[in-house]
Design a binder for this molecule. Structure first.
Ligand SMILES: [Zn+2]
Ligand SMILES: [Zn+2]
Length: 815
């Protein structure tokens, strides 16, 4: 990254963003899903005013900005709207009650819309402002820091403020329909004396049992539990209430996703000298974040990074602050949660978890638990970065290189980068950790924007696993199946079975075979909606599109030439599972992928079965690649290492290196040394060779040269604009129009001078969900100015009605 832009802040330099950085994009129509935002309420256009947001001073005490005011006007952003901000009058009865972050209902034309208050105004130039119709919550639901974060996201990621706020306030909270779960509880109305009790015991023993049970409880008991415990009916309890013996009342209960589980307290682990040295700057940053840069922990797999995080959180809590831990969705497994929950078992109630597997009710309750100040530690996936926690002292971003931190729908934010910015705004410490840091973060570390902390050896001096490369060009000639399970890999599995050790086979592709090809005419069965071959799923006996989910029956003969010789080609996890089971009939084989894990608990069950040794060989997709810790796994087989290398994506090498290193890291985490077999058709590819030698710096050096030469991140920012439509010509025409307008703006000086504009072209995935897609790629070193300029261009352009334009800043998904 280059100096002079808001993205510079991702390096944590002490620069206060200019107003423009913060405000750009917040008052305007959305670029995102552009067409849908053009149909809206023109009458409100007149009310638009330049926003008067000011950035919070660093370390500003939250109370000061939260303080209610008697301001007579409020600027609000409706959840759905073409424009982002409208001004309203605060009616007399709500004066002093409406605050920044309050949720309100406001009249827009003939409707009442849910909206968020983003600013309070002392004066207005507009006459006859409509009043706010209703104030929904007493306590503001978004704190001022998060509102500011919303402004930053809108300007940096080139989207409307209401789109950014959508990410910050989860749907279940926003809709205001989800309520607390209420249950009926019973307690004794008054304690009966011994004589009365004796009488009741004679006359009605069951009622006596109820009284006896309730006398032993310090808290009211749920009626359902009481009925079960004392074997009484609801009628009995109602009768007792009528006679004034007991009282029944409704109480809110917390829907705790982990209530069924008990977490035993796990003590601190002993740290080795390397960890102790690494912890020093971390502790210093937690204690005094104001003078500290973000810290990048580069620690090889198994080097004990998590212990550093846990200690940092401990320290943070001990000084009265709170912490957010982000982990990639995929590795937010029961094992990860358990690790944190057990260390802080004594604070069980104060740990909140946010991830996509929660029910709406659980998410609602966990979120409110955080917002009410009851939680002090939040563990979350991507959206956890918006947890409304206060007194934030630390953010940890584990596996910071993970692509899943990037949201692929609007707002297309990168949670790691948002975390760095939030830490800057809150004045708190931030730790990014990875065994394979992203090119961006490592570049920031080497250039001094981040502080680099290294853990180069595994805990307990365990050795790094030995990586063997299998050349599939030689193996494939040995016969069918050999390109999926090579002879050396089979031998290695057999040896593990004999020693009662476990193996993992990794293939990042679901299904049985990835395409059906006619042997006679070469026809490939493709999805009618997407430019992608359909995958054959043997379990379901269907052809399935992995993009749009379209399914089709498996043809008995070629749909084009009627030849019955249809070939299944390209192996998926189902096929690997079948081959392995056939080769090793004595072994227990289990497949773990999105198809086999459909129920909420089956992943947990399968992982438990594997950990307790009930499964010999685990076959799976990336679901098993990340962060899992199985002491008895001594062999990892990577079935096909080449899959990421041949996509039209400049990150292909980086992704392959990361994946190989992470997957290999699952081997040898116990007392026995691990071994990794990597099957590949390109054994000399640098990503594979550097991964083989556990040489991250070596990989980084050659990759950074390539990025520099080709003007890609981390040196340049990339913005990918996608224009899609059911009409191919409309999409193509719109892409051309936009490209022309961008070039004109560049000439006119309203875009950064260094902006590179590609020629618009069909996307590599030309058709998806029945829509044709065209790409326009822009690159610059000054992303904030480009975002702003692009925003202005899109606002003025009109496209055919059904053309959808989306803007992806710092794009990861290039297909
Ligand atoms: Zn054919
Ligand atoms: Zn499809």
């Amino acid at each position: 990254m280059v100096a002079g832009e808001a993205d510079e802040l991702l390096g944590g330099v002490e620069r206060v963003p200019r107003r423009a950085d913060i405000n750009a994009g917040c008052d305007d129509a959305s670029q995102d899903e552009h067409h849908e935002d053009l149909a809206n309420e023109p009458e409100h256009r007149a009310q638009l005013k330049p926003s008067r947001q000011k950035l919070l001073p660093k370390n500003a005490p939250m109370e000061r900005v939260r303080g209610m005011s008697n301001a007579p006007y409020a600027r609000v952003v409706p959840d759905r709207s073409g424009h982002s901000a409208f001004d309203y009058e605060i009616p007399g009865h709500l004066l002093g009650k409406v605050a920044i972050g309050s949720r309100v209902r406001v009249p827009v034309r003939t409707r009442l819309l849910l909206a968020t208050v983003v600013d309070l105004l002392e004066t207005t130039d507009i006459e006859g402002l409509k009043p706010i119709a209703e104030l929904l919550s007493g306590k503001p639901l978004i704190n001022p820091v998060l509102i500011q974060l919303g402004h930053w996201i809108a300007s940096y990621y080139c989207c409307a403020l209401h789109v950014a706020l959508r990410a910050i306030l989860p749907q279940v909270v926003r809709d205001a329909e989800m309520k607390e779960k209420m249950l009926l509880f019973a307690r004794l109305a008054e304690k009966p004396d011994a004589a009365a009790l004796e009488q009741i015991a004679k006359r009605a023993p069951k009622q006596a049992a109820v009284i006896d049970f309730l006398m032993g409880q310090s808290e009211p008991v749920a009626v359902t539990e009481l009925m079960k415990e004392c074997g009484v009916t609801r009628a009995t309890l109602d009768g007792m209430r009528e006679r004034g013996v007991i009282a029944l009342e409704r109480q809110a209960v917390q829907r705790d996703p982990y209530k069924e589980e008990t977490f035993l307290h796990a003590p601190q682990l002993e740290m080795n000298p390397e960890q102790l040295a690494a912890f020093e700057p971390i502790a210093a940053a937690v204690k005094n974040p104001a003078i500290h840069r973000p810290i990048l922990v580069h620690g090889v797999t198994g080097s004990g990074k998590t212990e550093l995080y846990l200690r940092a959180i401990d320290l943070c809590l001990s000084i009265g602050k709170t912490a957010i831990v982000l982990v990639p969705e995929i590795s937010l497994t029961p094992q990860t949660v358990e690790r944190f929950k057990s260390r802080f078992a004594h604070l069980q109630e104060q740990v909140a978890v946010l991830h996509s597997n929660l029910s709406d009710g659980e998410r609602h309750d966990e979120w409110h638990k955080i917002n009410n100040g009851a939680a002090r530690i939040v563990i979350g996936a991507r959206s956890g970065v918006f947890a409304p926690i206060e007194k934030l002292g630390l953010i940890v971003v584990d596996e910071e290189h993970e692509n899943s931190y990037k949201q692929e729908d609007a707002p297309r934010y990168q949670a790691r980068d948002v975390a760095v910015y939030r830490a800057y705004m809150e004045g708190c410490a931030i730790i990014l950790g990875s065994a394979t840091p992203s090119m961006e973060s490592y570049h920031n570390a080497l250039s001094g924007k981040y502080e680099l902390v290294r853990l180069l050896s595994r805990v307990d001096e365990r050795k790094m696993p030995k990586i063997r490369i299998i050349d599939l060009r030689l193996e494939a000639s040995r016969g069918p199946g050999a390109s999926i399970l090579s002879e050396p890999l089979c031998k290695a599995i057999r040896a593990r079975l004999a020693k009662k050790e476990q193996s993992i086979l990794f293939l990042n592709r679901r299904g049985f075979s990835t395409s059906l090809i006619c042997s006679s005419c070469g026809h490939v069965c493709e999805c009618p909606n997407c430019s992608l071959a359909l995958t054959f799923h043997r379990g379901a006996n269907r052809l399935v599109c992995h993009i749009c989910g379209h399914t089709a029956v498996v043809p008995a003969k070629c749909p084009v030439c009627a030849d019955p010789r249809i070939k299944y080609s390209g192996a998926g996890t189902e096929k690997v599972e079948e081959l392995v089971s056939a080769f090793f009939p004595e072994a227990v084989v289990k497949r773990l992928d999105a198809d086999s894990v459909s129920r909420k608990d089956s992943l947990k069950e399968a992982l438990h079965a594997f950990r307790t040794g009930k499964i010999d060989i685990l076959v799976g997709t990336q679901m098993i690649a990340k962060g899992l810790h199985f002491p008895n796994v001594t062999l990892v087989g990577i079935v096909n290492a080449d899959m990421g290398l041949h996509l039209p994506d400049f990150r292909g090498g980086e992704r392959t290196f990361q994946l190989l290193t992470q997957v290999a890291g699952r081997a040898g985490r116990g007392d026995v040394e691990g071994e990794v077999y990597v099957q590949t058709y390109t054994p000399f590819h640098p990503a594979i060779q550097f991964a083989r030698h556990h040489d991250f710096p070596g990989f980084w050096e050659q990759e950074i040269e390539f990025r520099k030469k080709t003007n890609f991140p981390p040196f340049w920012h990339m913005v990918l604009v996608t224009l899609r439509s059911e009409s191919e010509s409309h999409a193509a025409f719109s892409a051309d129009t936009l490209a022309r307008r961008v070039r004109e703006s560049l000439e006119a000086g309203s875009l950064p001078e260094d902006t590179m504009v590609s020629n618009p072209a069909p996307a590599p995935m030309e058709k998806s969900h029945g829509q044709y897609r065209f790409h326009l790629m822009l690159r610059t070193r000054r992303i904030t100015r480009l975002s702003k300029g692009l925003h202005d261009i899109l606002e003025k352009l009109t496209f055919p009605e059904e053309v959808i334009v989306s803007v992806d800043v710092d794009a990861y998904q290039l297909l």
